[in-house]
Unconditional design. Structure first.
Length: 1061
């Protein structure tokens, strides 16, 4: 292997490709097949070394070494580089990580990875720099490798953000030719992203990386969000300990994040989650209502991970079945991400999961064109074969660390070793932490699979549809409503861009919680020439190995290397052949191993060996994080010497309060403070997360505990048992309260996030609650049927008298100043505060609520007549417009104090009796100005307000009715607010109203465009849209038929009736 000592050059990469894959090479004798380009990083011992084959200095970063002459022909050039690296203002740095590029074929024999380049980096490179390297490598492969071995189908890297950014810049730039076979095969896969790079190359993440990161994300403190239910580390621990054969110690090992690179441990954790979610009819009746809900979420996430793991590890599945399972996984993940965004899984992990599925379908489609008789093995997708090479590099000698020179020497040997093991897998003892199952040998290889893996038997569109059907069956089984066709209706929405708008979660700037970046514990400073911390790569080959070198090295000067007795210089014959491959400009130097060094003013010289010169002049002051032998004899483990705390204090009985328990808590929303029933998801005390806490630490103003919880949606219900009298109880509807953002409109992505579904409550304002359990049969049929579909037969119930007693006893005497100081603010909610059967807010804490109301009134805000929210006067039109649009669509808002006027509501206040007019004429080019008699009228830009935007979504503005004749002395027709115009046309101009479609017809184009209401506007204002009535920008919204009664369901599940007149 010819390494790149500075920035990689096309000639260097091309030379290596011709050496290993060109005409006459061992790989050129096999039939052409698809290949994957694997790129990954590996840590280096930071040293400058002499590469004898090219007579150059190796070990410096590619980002900054290009301007320098790295050839060791004179001492002057060497000293310039020393000054650049170790001077007062360093302009070049040591390579702290090597980027290795390797090629691996997709086939059932000789499939090992072969390195084609090695280049060093100081980690300052950005996505554009990596994109240039990637483009150059793919071009060189097309020229020198593809004619003899076959095309590149995918490019695989680890989770490094710079790599991912570069991949998107190169491999997401176009779509396949629509007249080509590839497009025809994949266009039937609705939702599959078809973006690729030149020559149809796509991004191909590694399956084991996804498994490791999925396990890391699941056992993180934040956890995952499934169907509005939080599953974090504490909840996961509780459920894993319930599994047969599991004990506290084994569960602690599974959820411990320390060894996050351990593939078998990650696999076992995901399999355990699948087991937790499996159907166990005998145990279902023993679960309390919130446990039923949590088990349902485990079942769904278990279905998703099972659909991902089976294609890699099932022996019997055919290739078609594996792709169908991948499709099922992709559909489930897409639905969960649409529901909860990055609260489900991190943006980057979601993007990589979908890219992996996409690459599998692309590869099979292209392999069908190359050779339909060949088999394709999904486990070969990704960069795992490069990881195998790294494992050999690390274990090739007793020194598991390598510098740039040692790495270049070991890479070729490691690749040869892997080729031997590919032919004789029974010889390979394997790497336990890299195997799937944690056994000595990883038996997942082509001979492991017994099902039909030939690509000619695969119909890609059928496999994709099968996966969608399977995902729909999972949702139907668990009572989840999700319409894939409706979600994928916009042209810019697919599984890689789940929310459209040209936004790719995979390249989000958010922190990726699925990757753990180890914090350095070094006791010595970093060298001054290092300018950036390690990457966020979670690659196993990236791990820094312990070193046995001494802590302190004595200073050695160049003179110390001069011999006391004159030595005779020796010129060695180069080990590597100096003959360059045919047709290449890369020449390996005819090397002299020595350089002359002037030792006095008379010009006397001595000859020094080039390696000795570099080892003396380039002293990086680099230190290891630990000394392996000393730690080993002190019994430190590979997990960093940490011992799991399995003897923490536990509480039981009446004094124990656990994660998952039910409690009453105070919540501040808008201008109200009210009591809610919550399910606890996190217990924190003094910055430590606990699984349980003593009840004495709750309910006291001295409490240092903080509780994170999910408020339950409760419904005021009369419960009749037998022939007894009805009892008033507050029953859980199976839903959790969702809060809007405090500032700004809530986006579609924010609706189901963790932030919208959880609250933080100081322990002083939370009290354990001994709730009852009631059958769902006490609910109306529509609600009980919905709960049964979710496999919930019982729900929590709190007797009204008990609830009132808790509120009056514990909260009535609280100091309002203390409450407002300690309680966090939350946005408004449609289901909180609770509403009793008479439509009145329940369990309001009067004193702090009154203080908030007075504070809001003193801030010069106005109170909305409909919802009592305090808003800025200039926001009245946009805020009231939301109430008007919901009324137009027949949506009943359950928490309103006052309904909007039925006949001619004002756009500023929602009431009747206000007169609004426009200046000018309908045909005038000048922008009209609005005047109104409403006391809440405010100035606004008419031209800006009539157009939808994310910040001001409401387009309810006064407009002329061009169907009306001017009434003298006016020269212009009547003016109505846009949202009210539909009722006006329906009643005053019935010939322009179509009863069958329930929309205006035969309107002039300007008038129709003025009335258009976009999908985005409706969603932004809180109007849900069904597939049968989803208006786009070019259509008009239907309204209730004249005189027609409509039965409507509000957010809490109750029904009401309205008549449009």
């Amino acid at each position: 292997l010819l390494p790149s000592v500075a920035a990689p050059k096309a000639e260097e990469i091309g030379t290596n490709i011709r050496t290993f894959f060109g005409a006459g090479s061992p790989n050129s004798v096999f039939p052409p097949t698809g290949h994957t380009l694997m790129i990954d990083g590996i840590h280096l011992s930071q040293r400058a070394c002499w590469h004898r084959g090219t007579n150059q200095i190796i070990g410096l970063c590619r980002e900054h070494s290009e301007p320098f002459d790295l050839t060791m022909n004179s001492m002057e050039s060497v000293l310039k580089i020393v000054e650049a690296v170790h001077g007062d203002s360093p302009t070049c740095h040591y390579g702290r990580e090597a980027t290795v590029l390797a090629i691996g074929p997709y086939r059932d024999h000789n499939y090992h990875g072969v390195p084609i380049d090695q280049t060093q980096t100081c980690k300052s490179e950005k996505g554009a720099g990596f994109a240039a390297l990637l483009t150059m490598t793919l071009e060189q492969w097309k020229i020198h490798g593809e004619p003899h071995s076959g095309p590149a189908l995918t490019v695989s890297t680890d989770g490094d953000s710079v790599f991912r950014d570069g991949l998107f810049k190169v491999l997401m730039t176009r779509t396949p030719d629509k007249s080509g076979a590839l497009f025809l095969k994949l266009s039937g896969c609705s939702g599959l992203n078809l973006e690729c790079g030149d020559d149809d190359v796509v991004i191909g993440p590694d399956g084991k990386h996804v498994v490791k990161r999925g396990a890391t994300s699941t056992r993180s403190q934040e956890g995952t969000l499934i169907l509005s239910t939080v599953i974090n580390r504490s909840i996961l621990t509780q459920w894993l300990e319930r599994l047969p054969g599991e004990i506290k110690e084994t569960v602690a090992i599974l959820i411990d994040p320390a060894d996050h690179q351990n593939v078998p441990r990650a696999y076992k954790l995901l399999k355990a989650i699948i087991t937790v979610g499996a159907d166990r009819p005998a145990e279902a009746p023993k679960l309390n209502p919130t446990d039923q809900d949590i088990h349902r979420s485990f079942a769904l996430v278990g279905e998703m991970w099972s659909a991902f793991l089976d294609p890699f590890l099932s022996r019997e599945m055919s290739l078609s079945e594996r792709l169908a399972s991948f499709s099922k996984f992709a559909h489930l993940a897409f639905a969960f991400y649409r529901m909860h965004g990055s609260s489900f899984l991190s943006n980057h992990l979601y993007g990589d999961m979908q890219a992996l599925v996409k690459s599998a379908f692309f590869c099979v489609a292209r392999q069908q064109e190359l050779d339909p008789e060949q088999a394709f093995f999904l486990y070969q997708c990704g960069s795992d074969r490069l990881e195998e090479i790294y494992a050999e590099v690390r274990t090739e000698s007793r020194d598991s660390n390598v510098d740039a020179l040692q790495l270049s020497e070991r890479l070729s040997t490691a690749a040869d070793t892997q080729g031997i093991f590919d032919e004789n897998p029974q010889w390979h003892q394997g790497n336990i932490r890299r195997s799937w199952f944690g056994k000595e040998a990883d038996h997942v290889n082509p001979s492991y699979f017994t099902g039909d893996q030939r690509v000619k038997h695969v119909i890609l569109s059928a496999a994709w549809r099968s996966g969608r059907h399977a995902a729909g069956a999972v949702f139907a089984k668990h009572g989840v409503e999700f319409d894939f066709e409706d979600a994928l209706a916009p042209e810019d929405v697919d599984f890689i861009r789940p929310n459209g708008g040209g936004i790719y979660p995979g390249i989000s700037k958010d922190k990726d919680r699925s990757i753990i970046t180890p914090e350095s514990t070094a006791a010595v400073p970093e060298p001054s020439s290092m300018i950036q911390p390690d990457s966020d790569s979670e690659d196993e080959g990236d791990e820094e190995m312990p070193d046995a070198e001494p802590e302190d090295l004595p200073h050695i000067s160049l003179e110390d290397l001069l011999p006391e007795v004159e030595d005779q210089p020796v010129t060695l014959t180069p080990i590597i052949s100096t003959a360059a491959p045919e047709n290449t400009s890369v020449v390996r130097a005819q090397t002299n191993d020595w350089l002359d060094y002037v030792i006095d003013e008379s010009g006397t010289t001595k000859r020094l060996h080039k390696s000795s010169i570099l080892s003396t002049l380039f002293n990086s002051d680099y230190r290891r994080l630990e000394v392996s032998r000393l730690l080993r004899v002190r019994c430190y483990t590979k997990d960093g010497g940490r011992k799991l705390n399995l003897n923490h204090q536990e509480f039981s009985g009446e004094h124990s309060f656990n994660v998952g328990d039910i409690a009453v808590a105070l919540i501040r929303t808008g201008t109200r403070v009210a009591a809610a029933v919550v399910k606890v998801t996190v217990i924190e005390k003094e910055k430590r997360r606990l699984g349980q806490i003593d009840t004495e630490d709750l309910g006291s103003m001295e409490s240092k505990a903080t509780i994170t919880a999910q408020p339950l949606v409760l419904r005021d219900t009369l419960v009749v048992v037998g022939d007894g009298s009805p009892t008033r109880k507050w029953m859980w509807t199976g839903e959790y309260t969702k809060f809007e953002p405090i500032k700004g409109p809530q986006s579609i992505v924010e609706v189901g996030t963790r932030k919208a579904l959880t609250v933080k409550v100081p322990g002083a304002f939370l009290h354990p609650l001994d709730a009852e359990i009631e059958s769902v049969t006490h609910f109306p049929v529509s609600v009980s049927d919905s709960l049964r579909a979710k496999h919930m037969l019982h729900v929590w119930a709190v007797p009204h008298e008990d609830f009132m007693a808790v509120v009056s006893t514990l909260y009535a005497s609280l100091d309002s100043g203390t409450v407002l100081k300690l309680l966090p603010k939350h946005g408004n909610s449609k289901t909180f505060p609770y509403i009793d059967s008479k439509g009145v807010d329940a369990f309001i804490i009067d004193t702090p609520t009154q203080a908030l109301t007075e504070k809001a009134l003193n801030s010069e805000k106005i109170c909305c007549f409909q919802c009592r929210a305090f808003i800025k006067p200039e926001d009245a039109r946009g805020h009231v417009g939301g109430h008007l649009l919901k009324s137009l669509r027949g949506i009943v808002e359950p928490n309103l104090f006052e309904r909007v006027d039925k006949f001619d509501p004002c756009g500023f206040c929602g009431r009747g009796g206000c007169s609004t007019d426009l200046s000018g004429l309908p045909t005038a080019r000048a922008t009209p100005k609005c005047t109104s008699t409403c006391p809440r009228a405010h100035a606004f830009s008419y031209g800006h307000a009539k157009k939808y935007s994310a910040n001001t979504p409401c387009t309810n503005v006064p407009i002329f009715c061009t169907l009306c004749l001017p009434i003298p002395p006016r020269k212009s027709p009547a003016v109505f607010w846009k949202y009210s115009m539909f009722a006006h046309i329906q009643t005053a101009h019935p010939r322009f109203w179509d009863e069958s479609s329930n929309k205006p017809v035969d309107l002039s184009q300007p008038f129709a465009l003025a009335l258009a209401i976009s999908r985005e506007e409706m969603l932004a204002l809180g109007v849900t849209i069904g597939t049968s009535e989803a208006p786009l920008a070019s259509t008009l919204a239907p309204v209730p038929r004249r005189g027609e009664k409509r039965t409507l369901t509000d957010a809490s599940g109750s029904t009401s009736t309205r008549r449009r007149t």
